[in-house]
Design a protein around this ligand. Structure first.
Ligand code: OGA
Ligand code: NI
Length: 351
C-alpha cells in the first residue's frame, strides 16, 4: 500500500469519526428522529455494566418509605421525623406525599418541558453549551465532554438562582416555559433553604430499540443536599441500589421521589447516604422526568456538622464547595460516587 493511500484512508476514517461524534453530541432524540433499528456503538455499555447483568437486578419493584409532609407539622411530628431519618439512613431515598405543591404547577412544568423537547432541533440547539455553570444548558448523555460511552438521555438544565438574573437566559420557546419553571421553582423552594441554590433538570429518554445494551443514566449519586424528582407516572425506569442489588422504584401518583445527595452525606458526616441510582430505557415509550437539585448557596462551603463529630465519630469528609465540584466534573469521567470518594478523609489507622 502506498503511504499516500494509507494517509488517505486514515484521514477519511478520522473525518468519519468526527462527523459521527458530532452527531452524538446533538442528542439522542435528534439521532432517533432519523430512524434507528439498532443502538449505535457509542451507546453500547461493556457487558458487565449493562442493565440486566445479574438475575437479581430489577427482579423486584421497591416501594420506598413514604413520608407525609403534612404530618411533620402536626402531633405526629416526632414519629415522622424518626421515619424520615431512618429512610435517609437505610435507603437514601423516600417518597414525599402531601407536599402541598399545586398539581397545576407540576402539570405545567411537565408540559412546558415536553413542549421544549418537541421543538425543532435548530431551536433546542440554541441552548447547547459546554460551560457547566451556564444558567441554561441543553445537552445529552451524562457528562458529554467526558463520557466514553454515551447514555440514552437528552436534558435541559436550568439554574434557578437568583431568578431575576437567570430568567432572561432561559429558552423563550415554548412561550409558557419561563412562567411554568418560575412557578415550579418558587413552590419547590419553600421545601428548602432560604437563599439556597436550585437546578431544575428536565430529562428526556427516547424509546430505545435495544434497551438492554444501554442506560438512560449511568449509576451516579446526585451532588446537592436533596433532589426532588418527579418521575414519569406512566413509564418506570428509575432504579436504586439497595442491599446490593438494583431495584426499580414504583412511583406513587402526586408524590415526589426524594433522595439524599453528596452534600447531605458530607453534612451528616456519613450518617445519611447519597445512594447510587440509574435509569433504564424503554423499548416502546419515551420517558420524561423533572429533577430539582437543592443545595446551599453557590459560594458556601459544605462540611460535616460539628454537632455530629466526636472522638467516637471523627470527621469523615473534607470541606467541599461548588467550585471544586464543577472543576472535578470538568476534568473527570463521572463514574459512580467518585466525586464523593475524592472528598473522603482516610481515617487514622487506615493505610
Ligand atoms: C437525575 C436522576 C432519575 C430519573 O436527574 O439525577 O437521577 O428517573 N433522574 O430520571
Ligand atoms: Ni440522579
Amino acid at each position: 500500500m502506498s503511504p499516500a493511500f494509507v494517509l488517505e484512508v486514515q484521514t477519511n476514517r478520522e473525518e468519519e469519526e468526527l462527523v459521527e461524534s458530532h452527531e452524538y453530541h446533538d442528542g439522542v432524540k435528534h439521532l432517533c428522529e432519523r430512524g434507528l433499528a439498532k443502538v449505535p456503538r457509542k451507546y453500547i455499555l461493556p457487558a458487565l455494566e449493562r442493565p440486566f447483568m445479574s438475575k437479581k437486578d430489577g427482579a423486584t419493584n421497591l416501594k420506598l418509605p413514604v413520608i407525609d409532609l403534612a404530618k411533620l407539622q402536626g402531633p405526629d411530628r416526632v414519629h415522622t421525623l424518626k421515619s424520615l431519618s431512618k429512610a435517609c439512613e437505610e435507603y437514601g431515598f423516600f417518597q414525599l406525599i402531601n407536599h402541598g405543591i399545586a398539581s397545576e404547577s407540576i402539570l405545567n412544568m411537565f408540559q412546558a418541558a415536553r413542549k421544549f423537547f418537541e421543538l425543532p432541533f435548530e431551536e433546542r440547539s440554541k441552548y447547547m453549551s459546554k460551560d457547566q455553570s451556564a444558567p441554561v444548558r441543553y445537552g445529552t448523555s451524562f457528562n458529554q465532554n467526558k463520557d466514553s460511552v454515551f447514555c440514552w438521555r437528552d436534558f435541559l438544565k436550568l439554574s434557578c438562582h437568583p431568578l431575576s438574573d437567570v430568567l432572561p437566559n432561559w429558552p423563550s420557546s415554548p412561550a409558557e416555559l419561563r412562567q411554568a419553571v418560575v412557578n415550579y421553582s418558587k413552590e419547590t423552594k419553600i421545601l428548602e433553604f432560604e437563599d439556597g441554590s436550585q437546578l431544575i433538570v428536565a430529562n428526556f429518554y427516547p424509546s430505545c430499540p435495544e434497551p438492554d445494551l444501554t442506560l438512560g443514566m449511568p449509576p451516579h449519586s446526585d451532588y446537592g443536599f436533596l433532589t426532588l424528582l418527579l418521575p414519569d407516572e406512566e413509564v418506570k425506569g428509575l432504579q436504586i441500589q439497595h442491599e446490593g442489588r438494583w431495584v426499580t422504584v414504583e412511583p406513587i401518583p402526586n408524590s415526589f421521589v426524594v433522595n439524599v445527595g453528596d452534600h447531605l452525606e458530607i453534612f451528616s458526616n456519613g450518617r445519611y447516604s447519597s445512594v447510587l441510582h440509574r435509569v433504564l430505557v424503554n423499548p416502546i415509550k419515551s420517558r420524561m422526568s423533572i429533577a430539582s437539585l437543592h443545595s446551599l448557596p453557590f459560594n458556601s462551603m459544605i462540611r460535616p456538622s460539628p454537632k455530629l463529630i466526636s472522638d467516637a465519630n471523627p470527621r469523615r469528609y473534607m470541606d467541599t464547595d461548588f467550585a471544586s465540584f464543577i472543576g472535578y466534573m470538568a476534568s473527570h469521567e463521572h463514574k459512580n460516587k467518585n466525586f464523593l470518594e475524592s472528598r473522603r478523609l482516610t481515617q487514622q489507622g487506615d493505610a
